[in-house]
Design a protein around this ligand. Structure first.
Ligand SMILES: Nc1ncnc2c1ncn2[C@@H]1O[C@H](COP(=O)(O)OP(=O)(O)OP(=O)(O)O)[C@@H](O)[C@H]1O
Length: 273
């Protein structure tokens, strides 16, 4: 789309319209500039209700910028953005208030901000009920991240936006956190946009994976594997090679590298329509 035309589009951030009843996210022609630099360049994205989408991409390609826009934290955009009204976000840093006990952190900002029962339900879901009265400084990294997840869940979001939520965790805690998110998603079936640098994490969790490059979603794969997923499954390993190649990490990147998004479903024989 020509830059002039994009400039004429109104920026809209709002609720999903009735015509998009099957969607939790609908983005068309999204542009975000920082000064002269266009970081998001006419991006389109649909996320269906209940769909788990992962977003991979090199550092600095615009993943967090996109997520912040969907979280309603950045309005300086062009294009159309419709997102579900009930949404919650969690970042790599748990961002808990140090002066509030864990349970109060969970319900902070809710109309029922003093509701211990709601906090307890969410804390129980993430296995942290016994730490409700603790102070954030006394939590381990994994516990703090689970508290941040509880704070997101207590809002009963239709859309959950997760920006590298497990990026700071050790390998074992990270695997446990992935299993927890998978269980929670299978229980609640909210739409999820999950930003990660970890290809296996994306393949373990997501229905669909996008690779972002230079401000657009350059590649896409559908992950049609039952859960829980075996990392040794030939479809899993095939998709891993494909994604690594698109990310420019694998040796064979030069041979596989540049299939456009429309062709990506044919990346693995079993994924053809
Ligand atoms: N407020 C800002 N002002 C100026 N430039 C910004 C701002 N926020 C982000 N950028 C730039 O936009 C680009 C995309 O940043 P973003 O944080 O979205 O990348 P990312 O893909 O999430 O990276 P990472 O994987 O390292 O977190 C970067 O070059 C970044 O420096």
């Amino acid at each position: 789309m020509a830059t002039e035309l994009r400039r004429e589009l109104k920026s809209i951030v709002g609720a999903v319209q009735p015509t998009d009843a099957a969607l939790s996210v609908r983005v068309r022609g999204l542009v975000r500039r920082f000064g002269e630099r266009e970081v998001i360049k006419g991006l389109d994205l649909d996320i269906a209700k209940g769909e788990f989408v992962a977003l991979l991409g090199a550092s600095g390609c615009g993943k967090s910028t996109l997520l912040r826009i969907l979280a309603d934290l950045d309005h300086d955009i062009e294009g159309e953005v419709f997102v579900a009204r009930r949404r919650a976000v969690a970042f790599q840093a748990p961002r808990l208030f140090p002066w509030k006990r864990v349970w109060r952190n969970v319900v902070t900002g809710l109309a029922s901000g003093r509701d211990r029962a709601s906090a307890n339900v969410a804390l129980e879901e993430v296995g942290l009920l016994h730490r409700g009265d603790a102070w954030p400084k006394d939590l381990s990294g994994g516990e703090a991240q689970r508290a941040a997840l509880a704070r997101a869940l207590v809002r009963k979001p239709e859309l959950l936006l997760l920006d590298e939520p497990f990026g700071a965790l050790d390998a074992l805690t990270r695997l446990k956190a992935q299993a927890l998110v998978s269980q929670l998603w299978q229980r609640h079936r909210q739409a999820v946009l999950f930003v990660t640098h970890d290809v296996d994490e994306a393949l373990t969790l997501a229905d669909r994976i996008f690779v972002m490059r230079e401000g657009v979603l350059a590649h896409e794969v559908q992950v049609s594997l039952d859960r829980p997923r075996s990392h040794a499954d030939p479809i899993f390993t095939g998709l891993r090679s494909q994604l690594l190649a698109w990310l420019g990490v694998a040796e064979e990147a030069a041979n596989v590298g540049t299939s456009p998004i429309e062709e990506s479903h044919a990346a693995h024989p079993k994924l053809r329509a």
